[in-house]
Design a binder for this molecule. Structure first.
Ligand SMILES: [Cu+2]
Ligand SMILES: [Zn+2]
Length: 203
């Protein structure tokens, strides 16, 4: 016990020397935590994903491009997603699956994006980024929807992960094979992008 009392003045002295001044009492500096960007934008965090066709796309597939926008009120808001895709033939009525995949790595096209993002190890189509099927109208896919399980921040954020558009319709886990509960048998990946943080639209 005596030893602790004796050591205390030495520690204080060390503090004084470190801070470069020798005053009578130690100065406690209160440092504020850095502000997250959400404070700037009305407590909302925004994400964007610039969809481009996969580089080696077969000629039989449409060149889909456009944006997938994300928005979420910090910290517990429901994630909102806005799809705005174009480039499909005007008479194309094929339903196509769109999901969030695990990796934001498009170094080998869309294939390096990995599997559907699945941190809870559940079956398809209950993955937190399973957006479902989309049928184009007059060559565009425009859709607003909510993804209540997904977040833009925290340990399971979808920021830095990929959005993938597939050639075929998602069987939504109703198929007879194993792949149905893994990925929905959606065929090739024809377009993709990486989700990044952004400013509010119009900023
Ligand atoms: Cu997918
Ligand atoms: Zn899935």
């Amino acid at each position: 016990f005596t030893k602790i009392i004796l050591q205390l003045p030495l520690m204080l002295l060390a503090l004084h020397i470190q801070s470069g001044e020798l005053s009578d009492s130690p100065v406690l500096e209160i440092v504020e935590a850095p502000k997250p960007e959400v404070v700037e934008f009305n407590n909302t965090i925004y994400g964007t994903c610039e969809v481009t066709p996969v580089p080696n796309l077969p000629a039989s597939q449409p060149q889909i491009s456009g944006q997938v926008l994300f928005r979420q009120v910090f910290p517990n808001g429901t994630l909102e997603v806005k799809l705005n895709l174009r480039g499909l033939p005007a008479d194309d009525r094929q339903a196509r699956a769109i999901h969030i995949h695990q990796y934001g790595d498009l170094s080998q096209g869309c294939v390096t994006a990995g599997h559907h993002y699945n941190p809870w190890e559940v079956d398809h189509p209950d993955h937190l980024g399973d957006l479902g099927n989309f049928v184009p109208e007059q060559g565009v896919i425009r859709q607003f929807q909510k993804l209540p399980e997904a977040k833009l921040f925290g340990g399971h954020s979808v920021l830095g992960r990929a959005v993938v558009v597939h050639e075929k319709e998602d069987d939504l886990g109703m198929g007879s094979d194993e792949e149905s509960k893994r990925s929905g048998n959606t065929g090739e990946r024809i377009a993709c992008c990486v989700i990044g943080i952004t400013t509010p639209p119009g900023d």
